[in-house]
Write a protein that binds this ligand. Structure first.
Ligand SMILES: Nc1ncnc2c1ncn2[C@@H]1O[C@H](COP(=O)(O)OP(=O)(O)O)[C@@H](O)[C@H]1O
Ligand SMILES: [Mg+2]
Length: 169
């Protein structure tokens, strides 16, 4: 199992669509969690579903999936062989989320999380092989190609070159 994760707006679903068109099997984790009722409850305050990450992991372990790409901002909690963390510069992320119609509160929350590497840190805690791709000035097609290379073991994009912490201030 390969996971594509990242802060909302970093382009996970967009790149997953391209990989699907190229013949890859894709699971959109948010839709899957909804369909299988794998969430605990709706968090009114944070405008998001509350998910038990351990339960989610056990569910996927029991499925024993192979040759599948899971995309979603919680996918790095799953038992996966490789995790690809998509990144976007906070200003670009803000632009993308505003265009998507996110509330100002959600934009701020996600931009801050991106600047502070929140998902990357979680991914490093949960997975053995983590890759990081900065999508800020790349076309989705180019990113899809990089992910194919990671899956086939032809390329590696180790994390560590991004520092947007100053953007928080
Ligand atoms: N590489 C990219 N460059 C510029 N804009 C992008 C890129 N990838 C996605 N977008 C745009 O950013 C927004 C968020 O993309 P989306 O795939 O929905 O992100 P996610 O699934 O990670 O929340 C969409 O409007 C999409 O068209
Ligand atoms: Mg998405």
């Amino acid at each position: 199992m390969i996971c594509i994760t990242g802060t909302p707006g970093t382009g996970k679903s967009t790149v997953a669509e391209i990989l699907k068109r190229r013949g890859r099997k894709i699971i959109h984790l948010n839709e899957y969690i909804d369909r299988e009722s794998l969430f605990e409850e709706w968090d009114e305050e944070r405008e998001s579903l509350i998910v038990d990450e351990e339960k989610l992991k056990l569910h996927f372990l029991s499925l024993e999936l192979s040759d599948v790409i899971v995309e979603g901002h919680l996918s790095h909690f799953l038992p996966c062989e490789k995790v690809i963390v998509l990144r976007a510069h906070p200003r670009e992320l803000e632009r993308r989320l505003r265009k998507k119609g996110y509330s100002e509160k959600k934009i701020k929350e996600n931009v801050e999380a991106e600047a502070l590497d929140v998902i990357l840190i979680e991914a490093l805690e949960n997975c053995k092989e983590v890759h990081e791709i900065d999508t800020t000035s790349k076309l989705p097609e180019e990113i899809a190609e990089m992910i194919e290379d990671v899956i086939k073991g032809r390329a590696s994009f180790p994390p560590g070159s991004i520092d947007w912490s100053e953007e928080v201030f």
